[in-house]
Design a protein around this ligand. Structure first.
Ligand code: FAD
Ligand code: SF4
Length: 530
């Protein structure tokens, strides 16, 4: 048995890394366990063939689909977690996402806290992660108590043209909120060089606002914070009554060790957090730790996403493309469809090596267009439709504790309509009409659940212990010193990217924990003056 800590945080991504950043200045003894290593800075960081074809930074895990088909999930076990590879589009959920919302396939449930409760933390998260954006352009934008800390990342000419064309269609394109350390006013001193290898790549020059750069590195400068890499939590032990976690059993570079902490926070990513709780069954929790409600692992969501590319009539020489979003179909549908469709945004610019193994030439241009031609003309979009939390969509453990996912998509109709909506506009956007092609590099389509970048929802928070795993503070209903702060807590996922919400929530839970730790701290003896 090793040293005891005030707080043990398991997982150093958007949730765990941000939480540790919030707790670090308190002087409390904090242990951060991360199963991965530091992501190496090396030339391959920025090589499309290494990243997208060879999957250099995809961790060698095997998960199983419902029928026990094995697949390699697109997960990233590094200090900073999935944010090392993320596109850094840092959106707030819409205010409406916190209430019930009617969708084609049913109701997206309300959150147990309001947008107003989260708003101050969204503002703090935007400041911490140095988000660039422009308020007032997106009609669905929720109220904010402060401007974005940095100006929006500018559109390059082809994307500015697209923005103008979308506006001419009567839509409201906006500058996408983006977490990169870019100073366009002073490029010689800008950490970000505005390159074409951002979305889906690690940043070689550490200029992306990821959880390693922004949260973990500054946190471990505090002497009271210890980071252990190569430390995979295997199970949590608890007391006989099942009311408190007493130990975190981890494999540290292959050697099993047990760590003690007054408070334990799980933040392994939605699927792995469920796995850890389910693997920690004991006499008091026979179906998995904190799983008396049978909700751990259920309600798995990961967005009903489509990565597609259109072909611009003029070449598209854009370098940094992820600067534009459209939310006109987020809260409502179209004239003939009353339900929300989702969010449209750009993804990183296609590069020819990304197409290896794909068939983008399956167009009327083939075989006259080379892959380079397709890449040169590609304008790349990411379409997200909300998927609904369904109890039968779940992470569970097969016989030998292998992580298994059962998932049936929801909201397929709005997803189809969002695609057709974009397709119907192509001719007016300077693109070849009728060509909106799937882009597999950004989305594994063979086994859709492998594209788990936006995984969420396996330990949802709520006020009713019968239907939720966590209370509104993200503490498990059943185990007093156990919290979960990754995207597991989402009761619904909305249709914008999830990371900023995980970061904001981690700051919110951090404040709660600081209050709890302060209240538990021994009070100094009163001094009696004679
Ligand atoms: C390619 C890509 C692009 C994306 N683009 C965007 C975007 O533009 N905008 C956006 O908002 N979101 C984006 N996302 C999603 C975003 O990165 C995630 O929503 C976010 O990182 C989730 O945070 P988390 O804390 O839940 O999990 P993670 O950030 O994944 O952190 C989990 C951490 O736990 C560690 N871990 C797992 N199991 C254990 C264990 N047993 N013991 C110890 N450590 C463990 C992992 O190694 C990891 O470091 C993207 C994701 C990917 C992969
Ligand atoms: S665009 Fe900027 S933040 Fe993104 S990878 Fe390039 S240098 Fe890094």
């Amino acid at each position: 048995m090793t040293e005891s800590y005030d707080v043990i945080v398991i997982g150093s991504g958007a949730g765990g890394g941000t939480l540790v950043h919030r707790l670090a200045p308190s002087g409390k003894r904090i242990l951060l366990l991360e199963r991965g290593s530091w992501l190496r800075r090396e030339p391959q960081n920025w090589r499309a063939s290494d990243v997208f074809v060879d999957g250099r930074y995809i961790s060698p895990d095997t998960w199983y689909y419902d029928d026990l088909t094995p697949f390699q999930p697109q997960v990233h076990y590094f200090v900073g977690g999935a944010t090392k590879l993320y596109g850094a589009a840092l959106y707030r959920l819409r205010e409406e996402d916190f209430s019930e919302m009617e969708h084609h396939d049913g109701v997206s449930p309300a959150w147990p806290i309001s947008y107003g409760d989260m708003e101050p933390y969204y503002t703090q998260a935007e400041q911490l992660y140095q988000v660039h954006g422009a308020r007032g352009e997106d009609p669905t934008e929720p109220p904010a108590s402060a401007p974005y800390p940095f100006p929006a990342v500018s559109h390059e000419p082809r994307i500015q043209q697209l923005s103008d064309d979308l506006a001419a269609e009567g839509l409201h394109p906006f500058h996408a909120p983006c977490g990169i350390l870019l100073n366009e006013g002073n490029m010689p001193f800008s950490r970000c060089v505005r390159c074409d290898n951002c979305d889906g790549f690690p940043c070689l020059v550490h200029a992306k606002s990821d959880a390693e750069v922004i949260a973990v590195r500054p946190a471990i400068e505090h002497a009271n914070v210890t980071l252990l890499t190569g430390a995979q939590a295997l199970r949590l032990e608890c007391n006989d009554a099942g009311t408190a976690v007493t130990g975190v059993v981890a494999s540290v570079n292959g050697i099993e060790e047990t760590f003690r902490g007054d408070i334990v926070v799980v933040s392994c990513g939605a699927a792995n957090s469920a796995r850890l709780l389910l693997s920690s069954a004991c006499d008091a929790h026979p179906d998995g730790l904190a799983n008396g409600s049978d909700q751990v692992g259920r309600n798995y969501m990961f967005h009903n996403s489509q990565a597609v590319l259109a072909l611009s009539k003029e070449a598209n020489p854009t370098v940094f493309q992820k600067t534009l979003g459209v939310n006109d179909f987020y809260l409502k549908g179209t004239d003939d469809f009353e339900f929300p469709l989702g969010n449209i945004q750009m993804v990183g610019k296609s590069q020819a090596p990304m197409f290896r193994g794909e068939k983008p030439g399956e167009t009327r241009f083939a075989p006259t267009w080379s892959l380079e031609d397709v890449a040169r003309h590609a304008v790349d979009f990411w379409l997200s439709t909300e998927d609904l939390p369904r109890p039968e969509n779940r992470v569970w453990l097969a016989r030998d504790h292998t992580l298994t996912i059962a998932y049936t998509p929801s909201n397929e109709e709005p997803k189809k309509r969002l695609y057709h909506q974009l397709k119907s506009m192509l001719a007016n956007l300077g693109m070849h009409h009728d060509h909106l092609l799937p882009h597999h590099a950004y989305l594994k389509n063979e086994i859709p659940v492998a594209g788990c970048a936006h995984q969420a929802g396996t330990c949802r928070f709520g006020t009713d212990p019968a239907t939720s795993v966590l209370n509104p503070d993200c503490r498990t209903h059943e185990v007093d010193n156990l919290y979960v702060v990754d995207t597991s807590f989402f009761p619904s996922i909305g249709a914008v990217n999830p990371a900023l919400t995980a970061m904001a929530n981690a700051l919110r839970v951090g404040d709660h924990l600081l209050g709890r730790l302060d209240a538990a701290a021994p009070r100094p003896e009163p001094v009696h003056v004679a």
